[in-house]
Ligand binder design. Structure first.
Ligand code: NDP
Ligand code: 2IT
Length: 450
């Protein structure tokens, strides 16, 4: 007798029971399962092999102690993790996050999402995520170095260029990748492409830093084009002021859009005149080099306001790009944006919209680009960095930008193919979920029950 497909509620109750207290992970699985359960009902081979249930159970989770000494010689103890979710289509791949808010649930949701995202890129990469509850804010450069070295002293035995290739994420940029790469090389005696996001001097891609933010805008451009709209002249609200937010802003400005806001975890700035290249360069120096707070923008540029403790979703705009963190855009924020006639919401961060917010956008017929498709440009260029390292070659920025553009167009095409509904509208969430799932599922079927 054919196995009956569980209903969504039953499936999610099982996930919840097996992962007690891990709300972010359950949320991410549910967001995917809502599209995949009806899909597997029509494709019984996936269901018979319990593919979704298997992807929602990480291959393994490594958790470890990280000891380091601060500048005052105090011994500090943090926890590190690597969640290796699935390596059906390629070596585990995904970033490392250093933030006080990191928990196992957060890393599990990110590793789960990464599996679908990496599949969508079409490149051979499985899904993983890792990091630590270490909070780099306010730490000296030497403290960050000692932490990174200690973190890698354990992580190095679980990763490798054909096993698992970490990269950056929140709190992990070029500086941290440098310290970790140096320690890996020292411990193993090998120079190999074990991390991506390296500086260009030692094997890094000439476009990895910009790739996520640029890719978000390339994806947005495709969405607008499919809806007979264009980017030039549109106003945009962005949250965050880190790697993703600032490079998305840079590309938007280059494309003729008006960027009105940026934020950090303390509040947001609103510049009604819009940011130009010069202002953005100043913010890059502030956030990426001096590691300052976004509120300082208003001391530097007149006409801008700072809103302490608030997110920017109440500011009227054509386009909203949440580029800070998970669940930063809730139902009320979605209502505000919809009320202000937003045309497109595209996720630069991972799972920045709550389920209710994403439902509200879809119900209101707003163009909604989900993270696993829209922010895949970063990991896609990581995949190119892996190819360059294996082939011992280096590619110029222009060539990489062309490849990134094509990769984002291809991801957009996949979302359209699997996401078009009976009325002809495109449900990008469904499209991304189904297209991402299918490739991983087919690979898993080929391997049998292992
Ligand atoms: P960064 O560390 O460079 O920047 C993070 C930004 O988000 C900072 O402005 C930070 O403010 C803000 N932020 C962090 N936590 C919170 C919070 N709890 N509430 C409000 N604001 C917060 O990280 P990235 O730009 O690399 O990452 C941003 C998002 O994009 C994350 O969701 C990440 O997973 C995702 N992403 C990143 C990719 C990459 O290539 N880097 C690729 C794909 C997705 P503050 O300084 O105050 O902490
Ligand atoms: O969420 C993400 O896609 C990343 N943080 C980038 C991962 C990577 O391996 O480049």
């Amino acid at each position: 007798m054919p196995k009956t497909v569980p209903d969504l509620r039953e499936f999610i109750e099982g996930v919840r029971e097996r992962n007690p207290g891990q709300e972010e992970f359950v949320q991410a699985v549910e967001d995917v399962a809502r599209d995949i359960i009806p899909f597997v009902a029509d494709n019984s081979r996936y269901h018979e092999a319990e593919i979704l249930r298997r992807i929602a159970e990480p291959d393994r989770i490594v958790s470890f102690r990280v000891c380091w000494e601060d500048d005052k010689r105090n011994v500090r103890v943090e926890r590190g993790w690597r969640v290796q979710n699935n390596n059906a289509v390629g070596p585990y791949k995904g970033g490392l996050r250093f933030s006080g808010s990191v928990t196992e649930s957060v890393l599990k949701f990110l590793a789960f999402e990464q599996t679908f995202k990496n599949s969508l890129t079409g490149l051979p990469m499985g899904g993983a995520k890792g990091g630590s509850n270490f909070n780099p804010k306010g730490k000296s450069d030497r403290e960050v170095m000692r932490f990174c070295q200690s973190f890698m002293s354990e992580l190095y035995r679980h990763i490798g260029p054909d096993t698992d290739v970490p990269a950056g994420d929140i709190g992990v940029g070029a500086r941290e990748i440098g310290y970790m790469f140096g320690q890996y090389k020292k411990l193993t005696g090998r120079w190999e492409g074990v991390l991506t996001g390296k500086a260009s001097e030692y094997g890094g891609s000439n476009l990895r830093t910009e790739a996520t933010g640029y890719g978000v805008v390339y994806f947005l451009r495709e969405m607008l084009e499919a809806a007979d709209e264009e980017l030039d002249g549109k106003s945009a609200v962005i949250s965050g002021s880190g790697n993703v937010a600032l490079h998305a802003a840079e590309k938007l400005i280059a494309e003729g859009a008006k960027v009105l806001t940026l934020s950090d975890s303390d509040g947001f700035i609103h510049d009604p005149d819009g940011l130009d290249e010069e202002k953005l360069e100043w913010v890059k120096g502030l956030k990426l080099e001096r590691r300052g707070r976004i509120s300082e923008y208003c001391e530097q540029f007149s006409g801008a306001d700072y809103h302490e403790g608030k997110a920017p979703w109440g500011v009227g705009c054509d386009i909203a790009l949440p580029c800070a963190t998970q669940n930063e855009l809730d139902k009320q924020a979605a209502k505000n944006l919809i009320g202000n006639q937003v045309k497109a919401v595209v996720e630069g961060a991972n799972m920045p919209s709550t389920t209710e917010a994403s439902d509200a956008f879809r119900e209101a017929g707003i163009l909604f680009g989900p993270a696993k498709a829209a922010n895949a440009g970063g990991v896609a260029v990581s995949g190119l960095e892996m190819s360059q390292n294996s082939g011992r070659v280096s590619w110029e920025r222009d060539k990489l930008d062309g490849m990134l553009t094509e990769l984002m167009q291809d991801i957009h095409r996949k979302c359209v193919e699997d996401g078009r509904n009976d009325e002809g509208a495109i449900d990008y969430v469904r499209g991304a979920n189904i297209a991402g799932f299918r490739k991983v599922a087919d690979a898993m079927l080929a391997f049998g029950v292992v």
